[in-house]
Design a protein around this ligand. Structure first.
Ligand code: HEM
Ligand SMILES: [Ca+2]
Length: 363
């Protein structure tokens, strides 16, 4: 079903929509799922439309793994200041903003073993491991699974700009879509529909996200005691560290909804849900902008760029919302810039639970 242009009757709801539509009344679809990534510079495909770019000599680009090893090596550098949570919170933010549609689901290099080119599934472009690679051949890994994603060329709903454009499947806004999902229907399936609460399972004296009904497909389950959570984001089981942050934001929603219901006994389920969601998102955005981003961008730089403001006085507000601003994530940001943080992942992390394809791609 193709997304229809939302009609944003002002005043119908004071809350963020679940799919991010109507944030900008200038273009209600800015930042909504299943739209092409924005481009900072024009695409440069080999054939001008879809084929991978080539060097000016016409030869294929150098092997990406070879470049990675040559440029960054395989060393571990301990950070004297930050713990793993700095990296981990970033992954949560990344998942809130970007998820390339159809990036997973096809194995292009099963268990690290090469598939003969004529048997490769469509859209597969596995990355060959160079023979002199210092790490992967030791584990008998011949290649890494890489899948070219679906683009506007295949997706009938998206505007076709003539060249292939990749699509993001999540809201670009920092709206905790990782907790609440990306559409009205998805959110409805995650809610209890009473007391404004999100669905949870009570085990060992504590609340947890519900079991994922697609566990066998989505998670590597070693045995019946392994868990695979249902959250707003398909990637939430990728590592225990990521799952913990998903759980924290889910439980904070239910804590807020419960507190609000005591303070406001007349509020119905919808009001409690939306008000708790609004506060939860506000707190999270405050952490992103006031605490997390300054570590990397520098508070002074953020102030200079208008990403932060000098503290407003009591009762004062900053009104810098610009409805002409397109919040859509750019391809360069989702594909390159924001993955810079992959450099910060400590080498010995094990991805015991999680999407099998993710574990494989990451190796
Ligand atoms: C244990 C930590 C992490 C693991 C195992 C991991 C692994 C992965 C994998 C396998 C992908 C998909 C690769 C593909 O396109 O085929 C990916 C995508 C991505 N990662 Fe990470 N990552 C981690 C942490 C982070 C962090 C800390 C950030 C940023 C702060 C980040 C940002 C991104 C972004 C922006 C994408 C692209 C998402 C999309 O639009 O589809 N990741 N990561
Ligand atoms: Ca989002």
């Amino acid at each position: 079903v193709c997304p229809v242009v939302a009609s944003c009757d002002e005043g119908t709801t004071p809350y963020r929509t679940m799919d991010g539509s109507c944030n900008s009344l200038y273009n209600p679809l800015y930042g909504t799922p299943y739209r092409p990534y924005r481009r900072l510079v024009p695409a440069r495909y080999g054939d001008g439309v879809f084929e991978p770019a080539r060097m000016s000599s016409g030869r294929p680009m150098p092997n990406a793994r070879q470049l990675s090893v040559a440029l960054f090596g395989e060393t571990e550098v301990q950070d004297g200041r930050s713990t793993i949570i700095n990296m981990q919170f970033g992954q949560l933010v990344a998942h809130d903003m970007s998820f390339t549609a159809d990036v997973f689901g096809v194995k292009c290099c099963p268990n690290g073993k090469r598939i003969p080119p004529d048997l490769l599934p469509p859209r597969c472009m596995p990355l060959e491991v160079p023979p002199d690679d210092p790490v992967l051949p030791l584990e008998d890994i011949q290649c890494m699974s890489m899948l070219r994603t679906k683009t506007t060329l295949e997706y009938p709903c998206a505007t076709n700009y003539g060249t292939a454009e990749q699509l993001s499947s999540v809201t670009a806004y920092l709206d905790l879509s990782i907790v609440y999902g990306n559409s009205v229907e998805q959110t409805a399936s995650l809610r209890q529909h009473r007391g404004g609460l999100m669905s949870v399972e009570h085990r060992h004296g504590q609340d947890w996200p519900p079991h994922n009904p697609n566990a066998s497909r989505l998670c590597q389950m070693r045995d019946g005691t392994d868990v695979c959570y249902l959250t707003g984001d398909l990637r939430s089981n990728q590592s225990p560290h990521l799952a913990i942050l998903q759980i924290a934001h889910l439980l904070e929603h239910n804590r807020l909804a419960s507190e609000l219901s005591i303070l406001n006994p007349c509020w119905d389920d919808e009001r409690l849900f939306q008000e708790a969601r609004r506060i939860n998102i506000g707190k999270y955005q405050s952490i992103v902008y006031n605490d997390w981003l300054p570590i990397y961008l520098g508070r002074e730089n953020m102030l200079a760029q208008g990403l932060l403001h000098k503290e407003a006085g009591a009762g004062e507000f900053i009104r810098d919302y610009n409805l002409l601003e397109d919040a859509t994530v750019s391809n360069a940001f989702g594909t390159a810039a924001f993955r810079y943080f992959h450099n910060m992942i400590v080498g010995q992390l094990e991805l015991r639970v999680g999407l099998p394809m993710v574990g494989e791609a990451f190796r």
